[in-house]
Ligand binder design. Structure first.
Ligand SMILES: *Cc1c(COP(=O)(O)O)cnc(C)c1O
Length: 464
């Protein structure tokens, strides 16, 4: 409808009250949580920007969909509704419901990866890479170099570098590469899109090298928004048509429905190949549930089918990304170093530049997220060395170039005033940045350590 403003194309029908806390209460809470925002109780959080996963607000239509749940063990009508919705909007013929995105990654990795295989991708995602490794594969990052540079303003930082793909073939041989996993609006790069022109090149590369093109479609609608805004020839195309075109170029998709599709839980694996579908049906019964419900209740499949329809609406996606940009622009005006261009689902603070006195081995982004919580009760997430984990071979910390704090905006949940409070809080933390100390591990889990690790501040003396 309107292109002048990002104002929300909805109004509020029900509200959830949130608790206000004192700085003393927050100091205690973060200490008890081991300086890990994942371990805070949600009750102690004022504005929760930890993630956009499963925390969106469902519409009245989605809530009504819950009442239309058909909880039959087999052949629920909600499954068929979901399957036809996936085919209509995302082009994939077969849908295997899973409890969430990682359920789909698990099944797909088990089917397609053999010991010693290499799986290129446009930057890693935590659970995706782990499932590839557990299946015997090695992840290889083939995103363009600009994606690792928080200062680069490349419009499509999610693009794949075809030369890196060719170099991998030269090194290991095409027969060791069963597929490439391409994510739309790359989470770990800062919510950065890829272009359709690039995706077409990747498609051609896959055809040349006899590899499948797997689409991590968790944020495909947000990617479509950026294509409409930035790519030659797409200005007048509808979001839903761009989404369809993206999906049509790929063979298989894994979906975390907790993001774009605005449900609290759910996901699926989708594909066009009947033989692959048959294999997936064989595994889904082992790990998730029967192939017509996977890990989901009938009512959840219904809410998801409705959420997909709402997620590809132009007004919806413009408001969604518009709110993220609004927060990013407030921070930029105040001189806060953030990743540019502003991403689709989150604003990423550059912890290296905010806390130059903390070495990366002392987890500056983790320390910054903890400090922001103490300042105002805003919960954010580390996306840096803690998330990157340790090298499989050497056991050393992987030191990624991006050491970021993610302020992730849930869909349809917070208001413009909440964004203003968030910007003010980050500015106050930045003003007192030199008081923030680095952290060291108290407890370090073996896998996906960022979820459950605990830390303590490094004593001042050893901080230099
Ligand atoms: C969230 C996410 C996943 C995993 O999905 P879950 O539903 O959390 O299991 C995979 N890939 C990307 C890009 C994600 O953001």
């Amino acid at each position: 409808m309107s292109t002048r403003t990002w104002a929300e194309p909805y109004k509020i029908k029900a509200v959830e009250l949130i608790k206000m806390t004192t700085p003393e209460q927050r100091e205690t809470a973060i200490r008890e949580a081991g300086y890990n925002t994942f371990l805070l109780r949600s009750e102690d959080v004022y504005i929760d920007l930890l993630t956009d996963s499963g925390v969106g607000a469902m519409s009245d239509r989605q809530w009504a969909g819950l009442m239309a749940g058909d909880e039959a063990y087999a052949g629920s009508r909600n499954f068929y509704h979901l399957q036809s919705t996936v085919e209509r909007y995302y082009s994939y013929k077969y849908t295997v419901p899973t409890h969430q995105g990682r359920g789909a990654e698990h099944i797909l990795s088990k089917i397609l990866i053999s010991d010693g295989d290499f799986i290129p991708g446009n930057m890693y995602f935590t659970t995706t890479r782990l499932h590839q490794e557990l299946a015997g594969g090695t992840f290889v990052d083939v995103i363009i170099n600009e994606a690792h540079d928080p200062l680069s303003e490349h419009p499509f930082k999610g693009n794949v570098d075809i030369e890196k793909l060719d170099a991998l073939v030269a090194e290991v041989g095409a027969d060791r590469i069963p597929y490439i996993c391409v994510a739309t609006c790359v989470n770990m790069a800062g919510g950065q899109p890829l272009s359709l022109a690039n995706l077409r090149e990747v498609r051609a590369w896959c055809d040349r090298n006899d590899a499948l093109l797997v689409h991590d479609m968790t944020r495909v609608a947000e990617n479509a928004h950026f294509i409409q805004k930035r790519e030659e020839g797409y200005r007048d195309k509808l979001i839903q048509d761009i989404v369809y075109e993206i999906c049509s170029l790929t063979d298989v998709a894994t979906m975390s429905a907790k993001k774009d599709a605005m449900v609290n839980i759910g996901g699926f694996l989708a594909m066009n190949d009947a033989a692959l579908y048959e294999k997936a049906c064989g595994l889904v019964v082992v790990y998730e549930g029967l192939h017509t419900y996977g890990g989901m209740a009938g009512r959840d499949m219904e809410a998801l089918a409705i959420g997909i329809t709402e997620s590809v609406d132009d007004d919806h996606i413009h408001a969604r990304v518009g709110q993220v940009e609004y927060l990013g622009e407030q921070l930029e005006k105040a001189g806060i170093p953030i990743v540019k261009p502003i991403g689709g689902h989150a604003v990423f603070l550059d912890a290296r530049r905010i806390l130059p006195h903390i070495p990366q081995e002392q987890f500056p982004a983790q320390a910054l997220a903890a400090a922001l919580y103490v300042e105002s009760g805003i919960r954010s997430m580390e996306r840096g060395v803690v998330s990157a984990g340790r090298d499989k071979v050497s056991g050393e910390n992987i030191l990624p170039r991006l050491e970021l704090v993610r302020l992730t905006i849930p869909r349809r949940v917070y208001t413009q005033a909440h964004m203003d409070v968030t910007a003010d809080s980050v500015i106050r933390v930045m003003e007192n940045a030199e008081l923030i100390r680095g952290l060291r591990f108290v407890y370090e889990p073996e896998v996906l350590r960022f979820f459950q690790a605990t830390f303590e501040p490094v004593p001042r003396a050893s901080n230099g």
